[in-house]
Design a protein around this ligand. Structure first.
Ligand code: 3PG
Length: 214
């Protein structure tokens, strides 16, 4: 009997908090990833917004086996190819088109297309996709908007990103349709500029301790 194809793990179930990394220097990738993992945040999204991103993904994939490194800001088939070739184990996009979806589906790794309206959610459900990024979360309506989607569209599960902070992460995580949140709040620009990995580790530890607001 042919074994059933292995179910791909969900991006949403990797970790409750996913740091979103923008790196200018690939040499920072490994110490940064080690600091995040040490703080309890193993799922790391490296955005393809800088030239350093593919090398950064490759370096983390090679040198930090405890991390699950993925690519963010995936905008088209070329990005999908670059990310997977570099070792990305998941893909995230701020929005989607059918061309992008086709490439992400063909990548062999789990992916999260971005949405910010009910119509976009419905269009993804129509295409058989139930897991998505909600972006830009705060600007698009925040927890109130997501709460309103839960009743008519309960099958959709989200990772809100964009404006999520230490102050509101617990409120997002308490929603029935939110599985994880993403953001940059544990990666302040001045800490990255100073290569202050201990501060990143401490902020990651704080972020990984966030629990759904009761
Ligand atoms: C992004 O794509 O930049 C992420 O959504 C992070 O947003 P944040 O900086 O508001 O956390």
């Amino acid at each position: 009997m042919t074994p059933a194809p292995r179910e791909l793990p969900s991006v949403l179930d990797l970790a409750p908090v996913v740091p979103v990394v923008v790196l200018e220097d690939a040499a920072d990738a490994v110490p940064l990833a080690r600091a995040l993992v040490a703080g309890g945040l193993p799922a790391i999204e490296v955005t393809l917004r800088t030239e350093a991103a593919p090398e950064a993904i490759r370096a983390i994939a090679d040198a930090v086996p405890e991390a699950v490194v993925g690519a963010g800001t995936v905008l088209g088939p070329e990005h999908v190819g670059t990310a997977v070739a570099a070792g990305a184990r998941f893909l995230v996009s701020p929005g989607w088109t059918d061309t992008l979806l086709e490439a992400m589906r063909g990548s062999g790794v789990p992916f999260l297309p971005g949405v910010s309206t009910a119509s976009e959610v419905v269009a993804l459900l129509e295409r058989g996709i139930e897991e998505m990024k909600f972006f830009p979360a705060e600007a698009a309506g925040g927890t109130g908007y997501l709460k309103s989607l839960a009743s008519p569209l309960p099958q959709a599960r989200f990772c809100p990103t964009g404006g999520v902070t230490a102050a509101n992460a617990a409120t997002y995580l308490a929603l029935p349709n939110v599985a994880c949140v993403g953001g940059t709040w544990m990666l302040p620009a001045d800490a990255l500029a100073a290569k202050d990995w201990e501060r990143v580790r401490a902020l990651a530890a704080e972020a990984s301790g966030v629990r759904p607001a009761g």
